[in-house]
Write a protein that binds this ligand. Structure first.
Ligand SMILES: NC(=O)c1ccc[n+]([C@@H]2O[C@H](COP(=O)([O-])OP(=O)(O)OC[C@H]3O[C@@H](n4cnc5c(N)ncnc54)[C@H](OP(=O)(O)O)[C@@H]3O)[C@@H](O)[C@H]2O)c1
Length: 342
């Protein structure tokens, strides 16, 4: 499938009830400063610009990506294109400066307030378009957390609210306090646990689903097959059970139907994975804005071109059994995820 589409823009959809129109694919900016090994800064900046030319308008970061560095990295781009883009950032994961593998969560109202001020300062903006709770802190009632987030909306610091890795009941409780525009959770050919409880609640409430890691953190593209052997020291994927040892070998073999389908359609594996997310969401009757992450211009062109790939029902069926056969969890500690609390 060609990636050549000049300046043809991707289609748009609405973010939450009454929210802004955004391109049907967003851009995950995390890898530009955090988690996935060394980055070429100039190429990453050019990727942000190219994404916007192609109609990508939702840009995703978080305060914990590089201890604020990712927000600072995208800030000049955000400020230069403030009226054209929808800026999403997050609070709630507390990283240990000395050991990024150690993570805590904090949803206290006072902590949220300090986080929003930090994000606004680093991003150099007056308002955040979409502010997410990154992880649920079970020590704080979700009503209290969302109540504090709603105050930020009332004060004009934040426009819309989002939640990441929440369960269906948590989403319903939150939405009763203040409308939630978006739920961001992992959803891909490899990771479908959200389809049981989260997706039905998202649909019922008219929330937009923002699938993160739709490329299975790159594994679904065939770019690496074993994190320990192929990725650099400090790459977060080396600590993810499904990308190492025997699990990685089992999971690499699961890509065979994706590879065959990609060949048949003249597409890349990644394009098949992205088309799958869009179409799986349609099966559930949901609007989605997946946010594949990339730091490379060629890849943003390839990924956005996937919005034009439509898989047939029989092609979708071929990919259906894969998630059930994946070896290893998507995180070492699944208590950190919605599936761990369902
Ligand atoms: N809410 C949460 O808890 C949470 C968790 C994880 C991620 N996120 C967000 O979701 C975004 C996306 O998730 P993700 O980055 O973890 O995973 P992803 O989008 O599934 O995959 C990103 C990886 O795939 C590579 N890649 C991208 N396009 C490719 C292509 N066409 N061909 C080959 N490789 C390609 C990227 O490498 P290059 O960058 O080198 O191109 C990167 O290593 C993040 O950036 C972040 O904003 C949120």
């Amino acid at each position: 499938m060609s990636t050549e589409h000049g300046t043809e823009k991707i289609p748009t959809t609405r973010l939450g009830t009454g929210g802004p129109e955004v391109g049907v694919q967003g851009l995950g900016c995390m890898g530009m400063s955090f988690g996935y090994g060394p980055t070429d800064g100039d190429e990453a900046r050019a990727t942000l610009e190219r994404a916007l030319e192609l109609g990508v308008t939702l840009y995703d970061t978080a305060d914990m990506y590089g201890w604020g560095e990712n927000e600072k990295f995208i800030a000049p781009f955000v400020r230069a294109n403030r009226d054209e883009i929808v800026l999403a950032t997050k609070f709630g994961i507390v990283l240990d400066k000395d050991d990024p593998a150690k993570r805590g969560v904090n949803n206290d109202p006072a902590y949220i307030r300090s986080c929003v001020e930090g994000s606004l300062r680093r991003l150099g903006v007056d308002v955040i378009d979409l502010y997410y709770m990154h992880r649920r802190d079970v020590n704080v009632p979700i009503e209290e957390t969302v109540g504090a987030m709603a105050e930020l909306v009332a004060e004009g610091k934040v426009k819309q609210l989002g939640l990441s890795e929440v369960t269906g009941p948590e989403l319903r409780a939150a939405h009763a306090v203040h409308p939630i525009a978006a739920v961001q959770s992992e959803w891909s050919v490899f990771s479908r646990d959200v389809e049981a409880g989260v997706v039905p609640a998202v649909k019922e409430l008219g929330v937009t689903f923002v699938p993160y890691s739709p490329l299975g953190r790159g594994f679904l593209t065939g770019a690496f097959t074993n994190a320990t052997d192929e990725l650099t020291e400090g790459d977060n994927r080396r600590a993810m059970p499904r990308f190492t040892g025997e699990n990685a070998a089992t999971n690499a073999a699961l890509l065979e139907p994706v590879r065959k389908l990609a060949e048949t359609r003249g597409a890349s594996l990644g394009q098949v994975a992205l088309a799958w997310v869009q179409q799986r969401a349609q099966v559930h009757g949901l609007p989605v804005v997946p946010i594949p992450g990339t730091r490379k211009r060629g890849r943003i062109e390839e990924n956005t071109a996937a919005t034009r790939l439509v898989l047939t029902d029989s092609e979708l069926e071929l990919l259906d059994p894969i998630a059930g056969q994946v070896a290893g969890g998507r995180y070492a500690d699944m208590n950190f995820t919605s599936a761990g609390r369902e």
